[in-house]
Design a protein around this ligand. Structure first.
Ligand code: TXE
Length: 482
């Protein structure tokens, strides 16, 4: 099956007539082709967006909001088809796509449909100078949204919905590894009555189609989620052109467990925060630090639970983990596991192997893996692996664990397990992370600022932060006569 670009409300072949193979990672077979778009396709998408901008940016907020709600409804109505497409394209369990990915994509549109009507701007009275300032927040124009493969429709819509809500027109590119649900979104947008050209979806490689978006002189803002190296490249390209940038990059998040935590809740949640989506979520807690007094107990119980996890066909209800997204990615993850046998101070506690699933022998499966480490400085604790691999290490004091938690290039999220309120407050002050979860994980309120510090990126998504990112503030100062 061939999918097409979505430009000016129409489905079109790539201008070059070049195509890329699309793999089903749970079987390891090519099941379709996607446009290998280049600069000419991006230019066509840009032109469509530019034409649509005057109408969309001046449309009544209620109308904009209504259309975004309709898109949300269209996603909900196609829950089964979209979840099936996502599981096939990405390798994730169908149950996960049904419970998390697709409902969240619908929620993204509904949230920003509402937010569009609630967004306000500031006014400042300059007392004593007979002046009043008011700030207009104008849509930027044509903006670029580039998303990764781990949560395909979820992250694609997380960028597009606020960009549209703020009145921009969009040129978007999903990951070439998981393009299918983005393709299906085009049809939903047409049915919802989104005017032609307001959203344009171009498929293709990062180095060509993506590159054409980030280096386009008139695409004035880029919202990107993906790897840190790509983020740095985008910053190098876009910064001299003075584009606005929102970069949500990698993570190497600490999961800090104190002895006074609710043990059962912690254990169950830690299993999820380690291996949900095969560990391919930037928020996964891949460095587990456990207070020494409960370390052995935790290690025994955790490993027992990990061994019970079933790796298998994403379409089976009993699979806890599906396939990794690609062979290349699985090889990368396995190369990190191999370090456990090479570097000193590391011990493989469970997992580490490829899994062959009956009837799906070509799929990219691997075991959930736990590695005990003795230093936070080791490669496994410093580099983002982005797979079903976590490390385990004991600590004895709050100061020690805080230092280790912060001693990484990344600063996306942190999870803290404790019943001590003062400790929660102290640690929250000093943890270098944009998102801190205490006694929970991945509990999301879409109004909150979302993003990281250090090598995890710049800017924040979510709620009003996203609407501020996708608008240009313009202050008007009026002085009046006495
Ligand atoms: O991501 P890329 P990759 C991390 C994870 C993973 C690593 C590399 O550690 O192993 O990144 O993954 C587009 N101009 N994360 O290589 O390349 C690309 O087409 C414009 C963490 O798959 O960053 C895709 O649409 N765009 C992350 C998107 O960038 C470019 C999620 C992301 O792909 C481009 C995914 C260019 N020059 C991976 N080059 C997270 N933060 O959740 C690539 N792209």
């Amino acid at each position: 099956m061939r999918i097409q670009n979505y430009i000016a409300g129409e489905f079109t072949d790539p201008i070059s007539a070049q195509w890329l193979d699309n793999y089903n990672p749970s079987e390891g077979v090519v099941y379709g082709q996607i446009p290998n778009s280049n600069q000419a396709d991006v230019e066509a998408a840009y032109k469509a967006a530019e034409r649509a901008f005057p109408g969309w940016s001046r449309s009544a907020l209620e109308e904009r909001s209504r259309i975004l709600s309709e898109i949300s409804r269209g996603i909900q109505e196609r829950l089964d088809a979209l979840a099936t497409a996502e599981a096939k394209d990405n390798g994730k369990p169908l149950t996960l796509a049904k419970q998390i990915d697709i409902p969240r994509a619908a929620a993204n549109f509904q949230f920003f449909a509402n937010a569009a009507t609630q967004f306000s701007s500031e006014s400042h009275e300059t007392v004593g100078r007979n002046a009043v300032n008011f700030t207009l927040r104008k849509p930027i124009g044509v903006v670029g949204c580039i998303s990764p493969w781990n949560l395909p429709l979820y992250l694609f819509t997380w960028k597009i919905a606020p960009a549209l809500a703020a009145g921009n027109c969009v040129v978007a590119k999903p990951s070439e590894v998981t393009p299918m649900t983005a393709y299906l979104l085009g049809e939903i947008c047409n049915e919802a009555g989104l005017p032609k050209g307001v959203l344009n979806i171009v498929h293709g490689l990062g180095s060509t189609a993506g590159q054409a978006i980030i280096s386009h002189p008139n695409i004035k803002a880029i919202s990107f989620t993906g790897g840190t190296a790509t983020g740095a490249h985008i910053a190098r390209t876009a910064a001299p052109m003075f584009k606005k940038l929102s970069l949500e990059l990698g993570g190497k998040n600490p999961n800090i467990i104190f002895a006074d935590a609710d043990y059962d809740k912690m254990l169950a949640t830690t299993l999820r925060s380690s291996f949900a989506n095969q560990g391919q979520i930037c928020l996964c807690g891949s460095r587990i630090f456990v207070e020494a007094s409960i370390y052995e107990r935790f290690k025994t119980d955790f490993i027992a639970k990990v061994k019970e996890l079933k790796v298998g066909d994403p379409f089976s209800d009993t699979s806890n983990l599906g396939a990794l997204v690609s062979e290349e990615h699985r090889n990368k993850v396995l190369s990190y596991v191999a370090l456990a046998g090479q570097e000193s101070g590391m011990k493989l506690l469970t997992g580490g192997n490829k899994v062959v699933v009956k009837g799906k022998e070509g799929g990219y499966y691997m075991e959930p893996t736990v590695i005990e480490v003795t230093s936070n400085k080791c490669t496994l604790n410093q580099e983002e692996i982005f797979g079903p691999v976590v490390t385990l290490m004991p600590f004895t004091s709050e100061e020690e664990v805080l230092e280790m938690a912060n001693d990484v290039p990344y600063g996306l999220s942190a999870t803290l397990w404790t019943s001590n309120l003062s400790r929660t407050m102290r640690m929250s002050q000093y943890l270098q992370a944009g998102i801190i979860w205490v006694n929970t994980w991945l509990l999301r309120d879409l109004r909150t600022p979302f993003g990281g510090m250090k090598a995890s990126g710049v800017g924040r998504e979510g709620g009003l932060e996203a609407l501020r990112f996708f608008t240009e503030p313009k202050n008007v100062c009026i002085q009046y006569d006495e």
